[in-house]
Design a protein around this ligand. Structure first.
Ligand code: CA
Length: 240
């Protein structure tokens, strides 16, 4: 596994509140990261495309173009990992941001250590992927490793880094039940144990790609109180 020293990573911080922008910048620099700053959405988009940062820390509440729109526009063209900053008690914000393609979130006010831990984990799962294992398949599903695409019959679906990791984990264990904690540890990292909301959001996204009717899943099934299972055929039954 190739590990990159922290100092090679460049992080764009998008935040209109000077207090937070300063705080985040100082801590990132102390940890050896290179930092780009932005105060608004348009400027942030421009920097994403011209500077190609390795990660974006994105406040959702911005003047002008808000963080949701920035997130949506970044995801239209690229898969740089995005960590959003949300205000307290706004679960809807968090779910909407994850739906738009954000990879993780931190709730304000946060401790700098907590933010750094999330940034490290996100960089690790984006850039330190294990490539030695052969790409799995499962029923109709194939993965294209080079472009992080899901190949499904005649469709090619581009996956965000987190969607990719989660689907790959399911496909490696095709037909086997995986527990919530196994999935959280394998995809997000051991510090995410118990964060079942992540899984619910991402399983919903994966179902929207692979299920004929995402509301009545037949491939990616919930095992109540345990976890999830991805079957190669509907409900794991032999094809007639
Ligand atoms: Ca703000």
């Amino acid at each position: 596994m190739a590990t990159r020293p922290d100092m090679e990573y460049q992080i764009l911080v998008v935040e209109d509140e000077p207090k937070y922008l300063r705080l985040i910048t100082v801590y990132l620099k102390l940890s050896g990261y290179r930092v780009l700053q932005s105060h608004d959405g348009w400027d942030a988009l421009q920097q994403v495309f011209t500077e190609e940062p390795h990660l974006v820390v994105l406040d959702l509440r911005l003047p002008g173009m808000d963080g949701f729109e920035v997130c949506r526009r970044i995801r239209k063209t690229g898969n740089v990992p995005i960590l959003v900053l949300t205000a307290l008690n706004t679960d809807q914000d968090m779910i909407q941001a994850l739906d738009l393609g954000a990879d993780d979130y931190v709730v304000k006010p946060f401790s700098p250590e907590a933010l750094l831990a999330r940034i490290r984990a996100l960089l690790r799962r984006t850039y330190e992927s294990v490539v030695e294992q052969p790409m799995p398949d499962c029923g109709r599903l194939r993965l294209d490793e080079e472009y992080h695409n899901l190949l499904l019959e005649d469709r090619t679906i581009h996956l965000t880094p987190t969607e990719w990791k989660l689907l790959r984990e399911f496909m490696r264990h095709c037909g086997k039940v995986l527990t919530h904690d196994h999935l959280l540890a394998a995809v997000w990292g051991p510090e995410y144990q118990g964060d079942h909301e992540y899984l619910r959001v991402y399983v919903r996204k994966l179902r929207s790609y692979i299920e004929p009717n995402p509301r009545l899943p037949v491939y990616l099934l919930t095992q109540a109180g345990i976890g999830y299972v991805l079957y190669p055929s509907p409900h794991g039954l032999p094809r007639s």
